[in-house]
Design a protein around this ligand. Structure first.
Ligand SMILES: CC(C)(COP(=O)(O)OP(=O)(O)OC[C@H]1O[C@@H](n2cnc3c(N)ncnc32)[C@H](O)[C@@H]1OP(=O)(O)O)[C@@H](O)C(=O)NCCC(=O)NCCS
Length: 189
């Protein structure tokens, strides 16, 4: 088994509906970390009431699924699917991890789990995401998993007085099945 696959297997994904309240609430601390909110469309800090409203909005919305990501029983981040469309079998996704665990390959492990989940039990045919142009490491990471650049929304995000482009990336179930063996293979040094 590849290192990436075994790392992915150590991540536990807990659906919001099964998550203890305190952990769902604790997710706000990670979402508010500078390194996370900097890369999100909503950049300001999220207050406790806004977070509660967001959680209940997700719970009530069949087009959204949120998973709390745990590693060795510690909450480390989130994986979110949105705009889940049963007719066209497509969805958008996003993810983030707390700064303390970054750079150890867990982001790639989580992306592997997200793709397997999307094209496995969620039964999707197409997975899409949007990444702000400055987030080049994430764009490269997605492409390494087979995402294709489908377009670029120009001047889509205003941050500190400057407009930034957003990359539109997507992958089909068939593309994922084709690239999966190569994507999870250990890199030779
Ligand atoms: C995206 C994120 C989950 C990745 O997690 P991670 O633990 O840092 O990822 P990994 O350790 O698996 O690294 C993945 C790759 O990105 C590269 N990378 C990660 N952060 C990097 C950085 N700041 N600069 C350059 N490369 C970086 C790694 O070198 C690795 O490249 P490789 O596959 O060629 O070895 C995490 O950085 C994060 O939460 N970011 C903030 C939120 C965000 O941007 N989410 C994505 C948009 S929704």
């Amino acid at each position: 088994m590849s290192i990436l696959q075994s790392r992915a297997d150590t991540l536990s994904l807990c659906a919001l509906s099964d998550a203890p309240d305190d952990q769902a609430l604790a997710l706000r601390d990670i979402r508010n970390e500078d390194g996370v909110r900097a890369n999100m469309y909503t950049h300001r800090e999220i207050g406790p009431e806004e977070h509660r409203r967001w959680l209940s909005g997700v719970r009530d919305d069949p087009a959204r699924r949120l998973y709390l990501v745990r590693y060795h029983n510690t909450l480390i981040g989130a994986l979110a699917f949105s705009a889940i469309d049963g007719t066209h079998r497509r969805a958008d996704w996003a993810f983030y991890l707390t700064a303390a665990v970054r750079g150890q390959g867990l982001g790639r492990a989580l992306e592997l789990r997200a793709l397997d989940l999307a094209f496995g039990s969620l039964g999707l045919n197409k997975l899409n995401c949007e990444v702000i142009a400055w987030n080049t490491a994430v764009i490269a990471m997605h492409k390494g998993f087979g995402f294709i650049e489908e377009g670029r929304r120009r001047d889509h995000v205003l941050r500190d007085g400057v407009f930034h482009d957003v990359y539109l990336l997507g992958i089909t179930a068939q593309e994922w099945q084709a690239i999966r063996p190569a994507a999870i293979k250990d890199k030779t040094p």
